[in-house]
Design a binder for this molecule. Structure first.
Ligand SMILES: Cc1cc2nc3c(=O)[nH]c(=O)nc-3n(C[C@H](O)[C@H](O)[C@H](O)COP(=O)(O)OP(=O)(O)OC[C@H]3O[C@@H](n4cnc5c(N)ncnc54)[C@H](O)[C@@H]3O)c2cc1C
Length: 416
């Protein structure tokens, strides 16, 4: 059997590893449009600052180790699921018995461009982003050439915040523009976001909330950003970090069902039985709320890659749903977000300085957690949340210093 995987990010790599671990004979082709060995996007900030090979987190020689046919750089232009064919931008065609689409997500920049000499149809041409290693290296080249003293970043989500911290550490004066009323608005509630903002400002990053960027302008490359207020911000480096969107444009005439991302059943199978999908390109239900959306985080991509691979080999493994969780690694304080914000009841602990903990309860169960400054019990809260355990009876102790795993064992909430 010949299995093809489109995309060599965490989802595609975990699919390839799973296939090989279960079947020594299956022919595997892994396709990447990036001109590098498979790499891990969460390690890009580390790579940016310190270099090294850690970014190739499964080893630079992963394709050889797995005995995988690695096509890179090679861009898939379209697929024909009825003919089981993949067509590349360079005119080549290959066929497959089973296909796993793991094409990930791309920068979503709903911001206009008035850059006179940019002719490309690529909506991200003319300014920088930090969504892929190719894009990140373009930023690094500018910095190495000594051209960058100032930067403007549109968007203060976690990717925008990560690049802001990295550039700041490299001596660049950063201004971050966010149209919402807080930083990392999809990850944090107002109070935890306020603490995070204070930390960012203490590092020297300027943050402008409730500020909407309308248009990048310039001659050959973006030189400035026009704000809704009419004000113009100038910088040596203009970066969009306005969110991500599933990479599914190349599939639009394929007959595959797509809404925001690819639609799949509980086996991560698309409407074509031999085509599976995994990772940021896919819409899946949330494990806690059941709501279906694209859960663009690393552990979800890896688990989905594993399950899609097993099912492509003929197993019938049900995907239980994605986790909503995220952490910020580079701020100097730990921040962890699990599940949703809001519920019937909010439990709060604040030490008046750097530690803020919030637990959201719905019908006596944990449905969300936000931790700033102390994430020691994150794993316990997380397992109570995903196992949907009743916590109403001891909710007053959840944020107490006495609360730990032994406490739960004593109460038989979890098995010893
Ligand atoms: C800077 C940054 C930091 C992050 N930090 C964290 C973190 O701390 N924790 C966390 O959980 N998540 C983090 N994430 C999110 C995490 O990286 C993603 O959820 C994860 O990479 C998704 O994996 P994926 O394989 O689905 O997609 P991707 O990593 O996007 O990989 C998909 C690959 O497919 C390729 N591809 C797409 N279309 C085609 C085509 N037509 N032909 C050929 N190849 C194609 C793409 O070029 C890409 O290399 C971060 C993301 C970024 C950008």
């Amino acid at each position: 059997m010949n299995i093809v995987i489109i995309g060599a990010g965490p989802a595609g790599v975990s699919a390839a590893e799973t296939l090989r671990s279960l079947d020594l004979k299956v022919e595997i082709t892994l396709i990447s449009r990036e001109p590098f060995p498979p790499y891990s996007p969460p390690l890009m900030a580390e790579y940016f600052l310190h270099g090294g090979d850690l970014i190739y987190w499964r080893g630079k020689d992963l394709p050889e180790k797995l005995g995988v046919n690695y096509l890179s750089p090679k861009t898939v232009k379209r697929i024909e699921p009825k003919a089981k064919e993949i067509h590349f931008a360079d005119g080549d065609t290959i066929s497959y018995d089973k296909l796993i689409i793991a094409s990930g997500s791309t920068l979503y920049a709903p911001i206009k461009r008035k850059i006179k000499k940019v002719k490309s149809d690529d909506p991200t041409a003319g300014f920088h982003n930090f969504k892929s290693l190719s894009a990140a290296l373009k930023i690094k080249d500018e910095i190495k050439a000594g051209k960058v003293k100032t930067a403007v970043i549109v968007g203060a989500g976690f990717i925008g915040t990560e690049i802001a911290i990295v550039l700041n550490e490299m001596g660049v004066k950063v201004t971050q523009v966010e149209m919402e009323n807080r930083v990392m608005p999809r990850m944090l509630d107002e109070e935890s976001a306020q603490l995070a903002k204070q930390f960012l400002e203490k590092l020297g990053i300027e943050i402008r909330l409730n500020t909407k960027g309308l248009e990048f302008f310039g001659e050959e490359f973006a030189e400035g950003l026009l704000l809704e207020s009419g004000e113009k911000l100038y910088g040596d480096l203009m970066i969009a970090a306005t969110g991500v969107r599933p990479n599914v444009d190349f599939l639009k005439d394929s007959g595959l069902e797509i809404e925001w991302g690819l639609l799949v059943n509980e086996f991560l199978q698309t409407n074509f039985p031999d085509v599976y999908a995994a990772g940021d390109c896919t819409e899946v239900p949330d494990r806690v709320t059941g709501e279906r959306y694209v859960h663009a985080i690393y552990p979800n991509a890896v688990e989905q890659g594993q399950i899609a691979a097993r099912n492509a080999l003929g197993e019938q493994v049900v995907y239980e749903g994605a986790y909503n969780m995220n952490s910020l690694k580079h701020l100097g304080i730990p921040i962890m977000a699990l599940g949703t914000v809001g519920g019937d009841e909010t439990l709060t602990f604040y030490d008046g300085k750097e530690v803020l903990k919030k637990i959201y309860l719905t019908a006596g169960k944990i449905t969300g957690v936000r931790l700033v400054g102390d994430i020691d019990n994150a794993g316990i809260y997380f397992s109570l949340m995903v196992q949907k355990k009743e916590v109403a009876e001891f909710k007053d102790l959840l944020l107490s210093p006495r609360f730990n795993m032994a406490f739960l064992h004593d109460r038989s909430v979890v098995a010893s």
